[in-house]
Design a protein around this ligand. Structure first.
Ligand SMILES: C[S@@+](CC[C@H](N)C(=O)[O-])C[C@H]1O[C@@H](n2cnc3c(N)ncnc32)[C@H](O)[C@@H]1O
Length: 263
């Protein structure tokens, strides 16, 4: 079926969501080009992936940055259609990775460290008929150092991964192992700044910078990687104590690869 030029009409995604202050499980139809989420509100058919006591696991939610990354991929489909291999790190329920695989014909590897998240990822691969070219692999940034080796990837994706400074150094080590010499790492990041008490006004305000993102930029540069901001989405309304700014960043081994990205 053709859908706005794509050969698929929607992505089926098993995930959790919070409604009326309780966490529920859902199987959603995700029509990205309309930013339309049709929550079918049916209990997940993949019962074992969602035991009641763990439904608040962060990887089982769809985070807004992953929608930002999906929109970016939808607007620049050549990034996915030209790639022969796609890897998503800290995939959660795997929406951007699934989209990239469905846009083109790449081999797909979805990774996370949480065993329950991995089960849901497998379910989402199967639900989108990607079992023949989609795989799930456990990768914990804190412990994985390239063994077992599953190769280099032309397109590496990540959404909302840098939410704590303690994760950043290990994350970049993994990235260095998996990014192909001419590969692109695309990351959607939600800016989160700490709240501090302004010494002059004595009122709470946001810090001027996002600490994990600053650290990431420093470590990336020290590792010899190159980074470029591709998209900044500013919040419609700003408030002195909350953030909803998003950035999409591209990271490559060379400046030439960054310049030649099919945008
Ligand atoms: C905020 S969630 C984002 C999930 C998904 N990318 C999205 O945007 O919907 C962060 C993800 O990173 C994963 N994660 C956290 N620490 C990790 C680690 N040490 N190794 C691998 N994955 C990790 C979590 O399991 C979770 O899926």
């Amino acid at each position: 079926m053709e859908f706005l030029g794509f050969h698929f009409s929607y992505i089926v995604i098993h995930h959790t969501f919070t409604a009326a202050s309780s966490t529920q499980t859902a199987r959603s139809r995700c029509e990205l080009s309309q930013k339309c989420w049709t929550l079918q509100n049916e209990p997940s058919t993949h019962g074992t992936a969602f035991p009641a006591q763990t439904v608040d696991d962060i990887g089982l939610d769809i985070w807004p940055a992953s929608e930002v990354l999906c929109r970016f991929l939808t607007n620049h489909p050549a990034l996915a259609t030209r790639a022969t291999s796609v890897l998503e790190l800290g995939a959660g329920v795997g929406l951007p990775g699934l989209l990239a695989a469905l846009l083109g014909e790449a081999l797909l590897m979805l990774t996370d460290y949480d065993p329950q998240v991995l089960e849901v990822l497998q379910c989402n691969i199967d639900s989108n008929s990607l079992s023949d070219r989609g795989r799930v692999h456990q990768v914990n940034w804190k412990t994985w150092r390239g063994e077992p080796d599953f190769g280099h990837f032309e397109l590496v994706l990540g959404a909302d991964l840098l939410y704590a400074s303690a994760l950043v150094k290990d994350f970049v080590e993994v990235l260095k192992h998996v990014l192909a010499p001419e590969g692109v790492f695309l990351m959607a990041h939600q800016i989160r700044r700490s709240i501090l008490l302004d010494p002059k006004t004595r009122l709470p305000r946001l810090e001027d910078f996002d600490a994990p993102l600053e650290l990431f930029q420093r470590i990336i540069t020290d590792a010899g990687l190159h980074m470029r901001e591709q998209l900044v989405i500013k919040p419609e309304k700003t408030d002195s104590t909350s953030d909803s700014e998003f950035r999409v960043l591209a990271v490559c081994w060379t400046e030439t690869t960054l310049n030649n990205m099919p945008l």
